[in-house]
Ligand binder design. Structure first.
Ligand SMILES: [Zn+2]
Length: 465
């Protein structure tokens, strides 16, 4: 397959979610999705484009391809291994246009495909997306819609780059459906319609099922699976508490789309967050429910527009620790940070990577950004004090630099430019250098047995006049 440069500027999807005929006796039996996908594709680059490659979930099979509604075009499909991820197989589809598309020109391409969806369990442990008896989940990384380009290692990242789209979803009877980031056009018909704008950046993300609904106030709605309404009450309370605490400290969340929607998914599917939208697994311990919900709600104040792991995870984990401190006492906050430090110190290989380069090391991203990230923020907090830290966070989150990137580079740039740090005599350059650009545990000196409160203040002292 020769890969020619094209981009999809609009998707129009007609989607059927079909339960398995044996769902009544085998609740985990995968159902099917059927999709008619019309894409507006544009030739990018300086040469005419004769064909295009797309990547789809491996079990979805293309049955027809046409330009517009009725000019059949030649297509080939094959299973491919994603390079760099040998266990991950995808369906590679090549379509030959009726005539080459001139540079900058657009064409409408329509693919019909269908198949069962059982997730990427083999390569990404948390992606169990499926259509089952009570619930269906389709995340971008499962590639349930054609992602332009071949089966290269950055396929998941590309799946999260979404252009504008329209979608009509046909469902089993009695189901509710939501698409993250999308505007719902009508609730009245049997087949709900959604519209998503260009550049919201969360990928095409769909969840549907036999949901019940709980809402605490106008700001939070929880959709729960049959029989789980008391869990939903706990979630409403945790989400409302976190949202009001963070609003008081930092102002309204950046991705404001009321209400904040939380949707229960089965335990083996893994929690995840998209703009204005949270997928949450159920658990019975109220304290863990609070921690999990509070973490995902905190993500709505993180500026990680490009899904940068330090900014997304580091900031969300630190905000979560602060909110837990308000709810359960300051000891809870330090307890949470102690856990982050211990996990960080257990992975000496991760300690060898500076935060600024964490994104280059997929295996260590979690350890470096989740466990070192919140500690870096705790030290900044100790240096600036409550008011200074909140002013700084508010100002950073609201800044253009945060909106346009949310990367470590933006974080450092913003910190260096921030007047209050300079006026307070805070040694910004040293802080940035030691925390973000240099590898090693640094202020965690003294090892895991040093009390975390002491380790943080000892480290903070290094950056103060
Ligand atoms: Zn997170």
């Amino acid at each position: 397959m020769v890969e020619h440069p094209i981009e999809v500027v609009h998707y129009s999807l007609e989607l059927d979610l079909v339960q398995s005929p044996v769902a009544a006796v085998m609740p985990d039996a995968p159902g099917r999705i059927r999709c008619a996908c019309a894409m507006t594709v544009r030739a990018v680059g300086s040469e005419a484009v004769p064909s295009a490659c797309f990547t789809l979930y491996r079990l979805l099979r293309v049955s027809a391809a046409s330009e517009g509604a009725d000019i059949p075009v030649v297509f080939r499909q094959t299973l491919r291994e994603v390079d760099g991820t040998p266990d991950l197989h995808v369906r590679a589809v090549e379509v030959v246009f009726a005539s080459p598309i001139a540079p900058g020109q657009q064409r409408t391409l329509r693919l019909l495909y269908e198949g069962p969806l059982v997730g990427y369990r083999e390569a990404m442990a948390y992606v169990h997306d499926s259509v089952q008896r009570d619930v269906a989940l389709l995340r971008p990384e499962v590639l349930w819609y054609p992602v332009p380009g071949g089966a290269s290692g950055d396929i998941v990242r590309r799946a999260y780059r979404t252009p504008a789209f329209d979608a009509v979803v046909r469902l089993p009877e009695g189901w509710w459906v939501a698409m993250a980031g999308a505007r719902r056009e009508s609730d009245a018909t049997d087949a709900p319609r959604f519209r998503g704008e260009d550049g919201y950046g969360d990928g095409l993300f769909l969840v549907a099922g036999r949901y019940g609904e709980r809402s605490g106030d106008a700001a939070v709605t929880v959709h729960h699976l049959p029989g789980h309404s008391s869990w939903a009450d706990t979630v409403v309370e945790a989400a409302a508490f976190t949202a009001s605490t963070l609003t008081e400290w930092l102002g309204p969340r950046a991705s404001r789309r009321d209400p904040l929607v939380l949707v229960e998914i089965p335990a083996h599917w893994g929690s995840q967050v998209a703009r204005g939208f949270i997928l949450q697994i159920r658990c019975d311990d109220p304290r863990s429910v609070f921690a999990n919900v509070s973490h995902e709600v905190s993500h709505h104040w993180t500026p990680g527009a490009d899904r940068n792991r330090f900014c997304d995870e580091g900031v969300a984990h630190y905000l979560q620790a602060l909110v837990e401190g308000v709810r359960y006492g300051d000891g809870a906050r330090w307890e949470r940070l102690r856990g982050h430090r211990e996990r960080f110190l257990q992975r000496p290989d991760a300690a060898q990577i500076p935060l600024a380069r964490a994104a280059e090391y997929p295996a260590q991203i979690e350890t470096v950004s989740r466990h070192r990230g919140p500690l870096a923020l705790a030290v900044l907090h100790a240096c600036l004090g409550d008011t200074g830290f909140r002013d700084w966070m508010r100002s950073w989150i609201g800044s253009e630099s945060a909106r346009s990137g949310g990367t470590v580079a933006h974080f450092c740039q913003y910190l260096r430019a921030w007047e209050l740090c300079r006026r307070g005599g805070f040694d910004v350059d040293r802080y940035v250098r030691e925390w973000f650009e240099v590898a090693g545990p640094l202020a965690l000196e003294g090892g895991a047995d040093r009390p975390i409160t002491e380790a943080v203040s000892a480290c903070a002292a290094r950056y103060q006049p």
